[in-house]
Design a protein around this ligand. Structure first.
Ligand SMILES: C[S@@+](CC[C@H](N)C(=O)[O-])C[C@H]1O[C@@H](n2cnc3c(N)ncnc32)[C@H](O)[C@@H]1O
Length: 214
């Protein structure tokens, strides 16, 4: 497929006007020690990292490819640390550095197959064996508006599920098989579906996965 793997210009400009809404599942965060080393990958303006700090977690780091939201995160969430990724998905951390990682509404912003695989491989590298990965993202949506744009963009991007938003992002919704393949190096522990609003304020169904690094 030929979807762009670098959309940092979008996330640093138009993306700064968005509000994100995938919620933390506190039944899953309750499994973590309060001093666990936590990574919020694709942290945006620090919504989740701030939420984790507010829950009492003392070692929370957010990273993102876009400097503008990271600057906002630093200003609004002083209880967490933030860094800009200069060579995503590479993290300047040793193998097994984190006890848990969060990947919320980020895969949808990385439509390219190879870029998704590299991102997940890097998370696997920096998680300790048995470390937890919490993912929140989108399976293919059943409604006609989404189905129509999947069909319209399939030939251009070579993948059913990739689509263009009206304001210039290229995003992806996933087949179940795609997520299973991406996270094959993780053990599935739990899963749930929930209603969310997308960054453009539209209702959608999100899927959340709780995975353990093998
Ligand atoms: C939809 S937002 C979600 C932000 C945050 N996870 C939340 O739920 O509040 C997606 C974020 O992923 C970031 N992003 C996109 N591609 C990325 C990549 N390859 N590496 C790191 N961050 C990326 C964007 O800059 C944006 O801040």
């Amino acid at each position: 497929m030929s979807a762009p793997d670098d959309q940092s210009a979008y996330w640093n400009s138009t993306g700064t006007t968005k509000t994100y809404g995938h919620p933390l599942h506190t039944a899953w965060t309750a499994r973590l020690a309060r001093d666990a080393a936590l990574l919020d990958y694709g942290c945006g303006y620090g919504r989740l990292a701030g939420g984790l700090a507010a829950l009492g977690f003392t070692d929370v780091e957010g990273v993102d490819v876009a400097p503008e939201p990271v600057a906002r995160a630093r200003a609004e969430q002083p209880a967490a640390r933030f860094a800009v990724l200069t060579d995503p998905p590479r993290l300047e951390r040793p193998d097994g550095a984190y006890d848990a990682a969060f990947l919320f509404a980020v895969l949808t912003c990385v439509p390219d197959d190879a870029a998704q695989r590299s991102l997940v491989a890097e998370l696997h590298r920096v998680l300790r064996p048995g470390g937890l990965l919490q993912v929140s993202d989108y399976l293919l949506q059943a409604d006609e508006r989404n189905q129509e744009r999947y069909r319209r963009c399939e030939a251009r991007y070579g993948c059913f599920g990739v689509f263009e938003t009206s304001d210039g992002a290229v995003c992806r919704h996933h087949t179940r098989e795609r997520l299973d393949e991406l996270f094959a190096a993780f053990e599935p522990l739990d899963e749930r579906e929930l209603a969310v609003l997308t960054m453009n304020g539209r209702p959608a169904v999100a899927t959340q996965l709780l995975l353990a690094r093998r």
